[in-house]
Ligand binder design. Sequence first.
Ligand code: SAM
Length: 227
Amino acid sequence: MNITKQILINAWNKYKTEISLGEWWDTVASKVEDEFLYSIIRKIKPKKILEISPQYGRSTKIMLSAVRKNNKYCEILSYDVISDSSNLNTNDSAVKRELIVGDVKSTININDIIECDFLFMDSDHSYGFGKWYSQNIIPHLKNNILVYIHDWPTYASDGAGRNYLPHTSRGKFENQNLHGDGEPRAVKEYCVHTKMLNPIMNLDDENLNNIEYENQGIDPVQLLVKI
Ligand SMILES: C[S@@+](CC[C@H](N)C(=O)[O-])C[C@H]1O[C@@H](n2cnc3c(N)ncnc32)[C@H](O)[C@@H]1O
């Protein structure tokens, strides 16, 4: 499947009604991005997901719910320095979820990267960490793998986010950017300019009418595809 913005929007329209947001929704994410995360898993039906990182397991719960609905066996490998989401570990006929505790830079296994069907990235938002995964994870992904990067500011002092969003940023976050521009700047330098990743949409897209980003002042999700 050649993943495009339209395919993702169609999937969102199709699958978002399946989820009950009350279970996990809180102010660290927008309703639309949770709906997209769920709908993406429903659409692409991955066999292996790498989740970097789960913290308390909010994003894990969304993906687990979609995987169970898919009815296609999937392995979710989650990496965090804290073990707070270990209660979500499971291993049954539908899904294996395993939390690997430690610094992902030393715990991640190259074979798992090669086999990955969906990469969820919400970890250390620094430039250094962005550079690390741009050089050590992204190059090993299969082509056409979707990369979901949480907390991607539309405002960035050097235009790191704005330059390759598929629309003109509305610039709402210029005074309330929570996470800095480090990670997007690294991904831009090492993945987008080198044509390893193609940015296909940002969940602040005006067509989505994602009002939580405006109301809560949180940074939006960027979606990119491995070329
Ligand atoms: C923003 S939280 C993740 C939130 C979660 N995805 C959610 O949706 O609720 C970031 C997590 O990254 C973890 N983290 C930061 N640097 C890390 C590293 N080098 N290796 C593994 N985990 C790391 C932190 O411990 C923290 O739990």
